[in-house]
Design a protein around this ligand. Structure first.
Ligand code: CTP
Length: 307
C-alpha cells in the first residue's frame, strides 16, 4: 500500500461519489495497480476498492481490468464538470445481425465508433450509461454498462429492460429487415437448383418505440440519420416520422468515409432548426453532443417531441 500513488485534494462531492458507504472524511485515495479486485481506487478509511457508481460493479467483475480503464475512471472522477451526475442515459451502437441460418446473416458496415464515443462522453460528464451494442470491434468504454446483443429484436428488448432514462441516443445502424423464417440448420446448395428465395420481415423501430409519448419516455430522445443523398431534407423528415427530439444527420456514402472512419461531419436537427457542425473526430462529436445534452437536461421545462 505504501508504494501506491495517493490521490488527494478531492472535493467533498467527489469523495462521496467514490466512497458512498464508508467514507469517513478522508481526503486521500490509493490507486491500486495490482491484480483482481485490488485494481482501482480505495479510500484510506476502509481500504476497499471504489469507483463511481456503475463502474464499481464493472471493476469488481472484470478481474483483468486494464490499467487504462482505471486511468479513465480516475480522470472521470477528477473531472470538475460532471453536469450529468444523477442522470441516466441509454445509447445504442453498432450494427445488428439478422440470422438467415446458423452460418449466414444480414448486417451493415457500422463500426460502433460514434455510438461508443457518445456513451463514453456521457459517462465522462457524469451520467450512468447503459450501452446496448451490436457486434463491434471497438473496446467497451470504461465506466459504462455494456449489454451485447446480435439482432434488432434483442436490441429492443435490452433497451426496454434498461428501464427509465433521462436521455436515449440511438446511434445503432439497425438492420431494417430480418429473415422472415431463419433456418435452424445451414441452408445447403442443391445441384442445379435456383438460389433460395429469402423472405424478409420488418424489424421493430427502436428509436420510434423509445420516442412514443408516455410517462416512460426519456426527457430527450436523440436519433441518427444515416443518409447517402438529400442528407438534411431526409433527416428532417426522419425526425418527424420517428417522433424523436433531435436527429444527428451524417453522410454515410462511401466517399464520406463515415463508416469505420475516425471523423464525422454532422448536422444537429431539432425543433429550432438545423446546426451544421464542422468535421471533427468522432470523439469530439461525442463530447460536443454530450455537452449539448447536459445543457438541454438542465433546462427546467420538459422537451417536447416533434410536432
Ligand atoms: N433505427 C432504429 N430501429 C430501426 C431502424 C433505425 O432504432 N429498426 C434508428 C437508428 O438507430 C437511427 C435512426 O433510427 O437513430 C435512423 O436510422 P436510419 O438507418 O438512418 O434510417 P431508417 O430508419 O433505416 O430509414 P431509411 O432506411 O428510410 O433511411
Amino acid at each position: 500500500m505504501e508504494n501506491q500513488p495517493v490521490i488527494t485534494k478531492m472535493s467533498a462531492r467527489q469523495q462521496s461519489e467514490i466512497c458512498q458507504s464508508c467514507h469517513k472524511g478522508s481526503n486521500q485515495f490509493f490507486w491500486h495497480g495490482g491484480v483482481h479486485e485490488t485494481r482501482g481506487l480505495s479510500c484510506v478509511s476502509c481500504h476497499s476498492v471504489h469507483a463511481f457508481k456503475s463502474e464499481k460493479a464493472q471493476l469488481k467483475e472484470k478481474t483483468g481490468a486494464a490499467p487504462e480503464e482505471i486511468v479513465v475512471a480516475i480522470e472521470t472522477l477528477l473531472t470538475k464538470e460532471r453536469p450529468l451526475a444523477g442522470k441516466r442515459a441509454l445509447v445504442t451502437s453498432g450494427p445488428t445481425r439478422e440470422a438467415i441460418d446458423p452460418v449466414r446473416y444480414i448486417s451493415n458496415h457500422s463500426s460502433g465508433k460514434q455510438g461508443h464515443a457518445i456513451a463514453a462522453a456521457l459517462a465522462r460528464l457524469g451520467a450512468e450509461v447503459t450501452l446496448v451494442s451490436g457486434p463491434v470491434g471497438v473496446a467497451d468504454p470504461a465506466g459504462v454498462r455494456v449489454v451485447k446483443i446480435d439482432s434488432a429484436d434483442e436490441m429492443l428488448a435490452a433497451c426496454l429492460k434498461a428501464g427509465a432514462v433521462d436521455v436515449a441516443v440511438c446511434a445503432a445502424a439497425v438492420a431494417d429487415w430480418k429473415a422472415a423464417k431463419p433456418a435452424s440448420a445451414k441452408i445447403k446448395k442443391k445441384p442445379g437448383a435456383a438460389p433460395p428465395a429469402l423472405e424478409l420481415a420488418p424489424n421493430p423501430d427502436i428509436l420510434a418505440t423509445l420516442s412514443r409519448p408516455g410517462p416512460k419516455r426519456p426527457v430527450l430522445v436523440v436519433g441518427f440519420a444515416a443518409e447517402t443523398e438529400n442528407l438534411v431534407a431526409n433527416a428532417i423528415d426522419k425526425r418527424t416520422r420517428k417522433g424523436c427530439d433531435w436527429i444527428i444527420a451524417n453522410d454515410v456514402s462511401t466517399a464520406a468515409g463515415t463508416f469505420g472512419g475516425e471523423r464525422n461531419t454532422v448536422h444537429l436537427i431539432s425543433a429550432e432548426g438545423v446546426e451544421d457542425w464542422p468535421t471533427m473526430a468522432k470523439d469530439d462529436v461525442a463530447l460536443r453532443l454530450a455537452g449539448r445534452i447536459a445543457l438541454q437536461l438542465a433546462r427546467p421545462r420538459r422537451v417536447v417531441a416533434a410536432e
